[in-house]
Design a protein around this ligand. Structure first.
Ligand code: ZN
Length: 220
């Protein structure tokens, strides 16, 4: 693909893998990160460091007003984090509107830079119950953004149908397995690399990693 792409980068495993996927598939890549009042805001510093080292232009935008609109355990330390999927409803780690805001802001930003390819690390396979990680939402928003801005954006979701094990495999294939493993911050409690090991994000990441390492070992 001969064009420029904007990657929505959180500094976690998924979006960092997408950053290097984009680097392989597009001529020019830029990254955009968001602060939204997340308690694990260190992820944004990590995102910036990774971009600096990879020579990728990086910018961050503050959209922390979204955390004043609703309450969730990623932005409010007084709420005890759900560590498992609740029997009904969404886990309290869900930030209402997050991907809607992020992608909308990213599209406006991309338009200013003459970029039409947007890349996001959402996955329906490992979506943790978050409705805004589903393929139907992304397709719908893609149409809406094109109508809203009279543009022709394409939202790329390289991880949409991959599970965490396959996402590790992709990072390995892209030559950034160690970087993703050691440097990125997926943990909701803000611990980089292998993380705290107990929050839902760490559990998902670790399960996939163990599966991938096991598969690799048995394939040798
Ligand atoms: Zn954790």
């Amino acid at each position: 693909m001969n064009s420029s792409a904007l990657v929505i980068l959180s500094g976690g495993q998924d979006s960092t893998t997408c950053l290097f996927w984009a680097k392989r598939h597009f001529d020019e890549v830029r990254a955009l990160s968001f602060t939204y009042g997340q308690l694990h805001a260190r992820e944004v510093e990590i995102a910036e460091d990774i971009c600096r080292e990879a020579g990728i232009p990086f910018e961050k935008k503050d959209v922390s007003f979204i955390s004043s609109l609703s309450h969730c355990s990623l932005t409010d330390a007084s709420i005890q984090m759900d560590t498992a999927q609740p029997a009904a409803g969404l886990p309290n780690t869900f930030v209402p509107g997050r991907n809607l805001f992020f992608l909308s802001v990213a599209a406006i930003y991309a338009r200013e830079h003459g970029i039409h390819q947007l890349v996001t690390g959402v996955s329906q396979t490992d979506f943790s119950g978050y409705p805004d990680c589903r393929d139907s939402f992304i397709r719908s928003l893609n149409v809406t953004l094109n109508l809203a801005l009279d543009d022709q954006f394409v939202i790329h979701t390289p991880l949409m149908w991959l599970d965490k094990c396959q996402t590790w495999a992709l990072a390995d294939e892209l030559g950034v397995f160690e970087l993703v493993r050691r440097r990125t911050l997926t943990c909701y409690r803000g611990v980089p690399g292998d993380g705290c090991g107990h929050c839902p994000a760490c559990k998902l990441r670790r399960r996939g990693l163990e599966e991938y390492l096991h598969r690799k070992e048995t394939a040798m």
